[in-house]
Design a protein around this ligand. Structure first.
Ligand code: DSN
Length: 422
């Protein structure tokens, strides 16, 4: 546990909140598939004096003085990112995944141009053109979907048809609630046919790509990858844009990030990205990524054995989507609350063709990146999945939930978050 001694001395209200969160993370298990625990080294960089520095521009061409050390920091992050993903260019300045996607859209398109992306109710992300976002007012978004929600197979014939009809500038592969591998070759073939760029939003699976346990879209000729750095990749909260080989695209992306949509880069976060990418280049990261998948498969088995419907029929990655309303008669919101009470954190989620609403949907989404960071393996994943089902089946039984909470706490005590991963 961190001491926060200076905060304690000068700001007790904030101190109490931080200690509360420290305890919550220690005593409960995190199954939100987009979350993780970072190393102390990442946190040191994140909390470093680089937060003091303005560094508009890029290494070797900054607009402010005093850049003796910022260039070295940013170059390290760029070189490591390129090595991890097999890219020629990397922009490590995006403040998050949404900023990365926005900059990518502005780099590759003019207002009014069209993007073909995954339907949001079938696993796509808000930044892929949700009607409530500003980006949706600037660009035109058309959709592809799963052909069969029970297997997760994408309808590539429909994707091709929509591409031919709408001539998109970008065909976007990527998701935030989809558990199967995509057929990247099909995306590339269709994009070639209609003259579109191929972009993969790999925020959720970046760590799995870096660890070589799922396919890398660049191996199929994708032009660009956007990602966050804090999910499976286990870095600080932030974003990144990678370009496979085109200098022309990379230049457009750099301009779109700064001065296009952002000001001074957050150099402390870029330093923390460099640390995290260094960790992901370490051979042990491959084991970590492999274990994420094994743990997800162990959870899949328990849910399947209990006859709980999994969207896509199971998982090829780190996450699972379960139709708990259809299978157990408990809503996603009720499940989230009951599980929170026993120290298991996950999120309610809409499922494809959901008849319920976003704030109280039919599904839950959960995954294994954070629990795997704690060193938990298949036995613990199996136990947690069993406890989840027991909790959902007994959501109104306070005694049962107290009993389960104790078991979760004991498990967490045995698996503290490590300080270092290398
Ligand atoms: N909020 C992230 C997630 O949970 O998937 C995506 O932005």
């Amino acid at each position: 546990m961190n001491e926060y001694k200076h905060i304690k001395n000068q700001d007790n209200d904030l101190y109490e909140a931080l200690i509360g969160e420290e305890k919550r993370e220690e005593k409960g298990v995190e199954l939100i598939p987009s979350e993780n625990y970072v190393s102390q080294a990442v946190r040191e960089a994140n909390g470093s004096i680089l937060t003091n520095k303005y560094a508009e521009g890029y290494p070797g061409r900054r607009y402010y003085g005093g850049q003796d050390f910022t260039d070295a920091v940013e170059r390290l992050a760029i070189e490591r990112a390129c090595e991890l993903f097999g890219a020629k260019y990397a922009n490590v300045q995006p403040l998050g995944g949404a900023a990365a996607n926005m900059a990518m859209y502005f780099a590759l398109m003019e207002p009014g141009d069209t993007v073909l992306g995954m339907d949001l109710s079938h696993g796509g992300h808000l930044t892929h053109g949700h009607p409530t976002t500003w980006i949706n007012k600037i660009f035109n978004f058309v959709r592809y979907k799963m052909k069969d929600v029970e297997t997760g197979e994408i309808d590539y014939d429909e994707l091709r048809k929509v591409a031919i009809e709408n001539k998109p500038k970008i065909i976007l592969a990527g998701f935030s609630a989809y558990s199967r591998e995509l057929d990247y070759q099909k995306f590339v073939d269709i994009a070639k046919e209609v003259g579109a760029y191929t972009v993969a939003d790999m925020a959720h699976i970046a760590g799995l790509i870096a660890g070589d346990v799922v396919k890398n879209p660049f191996d199929y000729g994708f032009d660009v990858i956007t990602t966050t750095t804090h999910k499976t990749l286990r870095g600080p909260r932030g974003g990144m844009i990678l370009t496979r080989e085109s200098e022309e695209i990379a230049k457009k992306i750099d301009k779109a990030v700064f001065p296009g949509i952002q000001g001074g880069p957050h150099m402390h976060i870029i330093a923390a990205k460099a640390v995290a990418f260094g960790e992901a280049l370490h051979p042990s990261f491959k084991d970590y990524a492999g274990q994420i998948l094994k743990n997800a498969k162990a959870m899949e088995k328990v849910f399947k054995d209990a006859d709980i419907r999994l969207l896509g029929g199971g998982t090829d990655n780190h996450l699972l989507l379960a139709d708990v309303y259809g299978s157990l008669g408990i809503t996603g919101e009720e499940a989230e609350v009951a599980l929170d009470e026993v120290g298991i954190t996950l999120n309610k989620n809409m499922i494809a063709n959901d008849t319920r609403k976003a704030l109280d949907p039919s599904g839950i989404r959960f995954g294994t990146p954070a629990m795997t960071t704690r060193g938990m393996k298949e036995a613990e994943a199996t136990k947690l999945a069993e406890l989840m089902i027991e909790t959902m089946k007994n959501k109104d039984d306070a005694d049962k939930k107290a009993e389960i909470k104790k078991v979760v706490e004991e498990l967490c005590t045995k698996f503290p978050v490590p300080d270092s991963f290398v």
